[in-house]
Ligand binder design. Structure first.
Ligand code: HEM
Ligand code: HEM
Length: 134
């Protein structure tokens, strides 16, 4: 995929999670109810921080953005993260039955991260890295 397009997709997702994560944080602070602070933390860290960093990393490794793995990484991550966050929120709210969903979706997140790792590792010498002379 075009590096710029892919990177911006990750940035758009990151900014969306930033709004939700900060909104959740303000709600927790205002209400004094911190029961779901782990969900807040992971909205911000898996969402805002990791997605923003991913968008930047694809710019550093354009060969990885061009890889067939890049769309799989994007969609698996984008589908599994909200499912996992919702399931974890339910578990922390007392619905223990959501545990397997949290577990399964976290494995999908892991798979998508492994695809990202492999896309970067296998393309590390192509694109901007080579242009940069390294
Ligand atoms: C205005 C924005 C934010 C507000 C009002 C806010 C508020 C809070 C509150 C009330 C807690 C619970 C603290 C506790 O009960 O121990 C918390 C925890 C946490 N927040 Fe935020 N937050 C904000 C933004 C962020 C951002 C941008 C990130 C990450 C990039 C972040 C990461 C975390 C983490 C990792 C924890 C868990 C800390 C721990 O393990 O004790 N927060 N936040
Ligand atoms: C699929 C991915 C992930 C899973 C399944 C996961 C799972 C967990 C679990 C089970 C805890 C302990 C919660 C508790 O004490 O009740 C935790 C805490 C934490 N994780 Fe993650 N994590 C993931 C990704 C990440 C990432 C990408 C970051 C940072 C960039 C991160 C940062 C933290 C931090 C700061 C805490 C301590 C604050 C808290 O309890 O929420 N995690 N994580």
């Amino acid at each position: 995929m075009n590096t710029e397009k892919l990177s911006r997709r990750w940035f758009l997702a990151a900014i969306t999670y930033f709004v939700i994560g900060v909104g959740f944080g303000v709600y927790m602070g205002a209400s004094g109810n911190h029961a779901l602070f782990t969900v807040h933390a992971h909205i911000n860290l898996l969402g805002w921080a990791s997605m923003g960093l991913t968008g930047l990393l694809y710019r550093a490794f354009p060969g990885a953005a061009a890889s067939r793995l890049a769309p799989w990484h994007f969609w698996l991550y984008q589908l599994a993260v909200p499912v996992m966050l919702l399931a974890v929120a339910l578990v922390y709210s007392g619905m223990k039955g959501a545990s397997p969903v949290a577990g399964a979706s976290s494995v999908v997140v892991l798979v998508s991260v492994l695809l990202f790792w492999w896309a970067v590792i296998s393309a590390r010498d192509s694109g901007a890295m080579r242009q940069g002379g390294s």
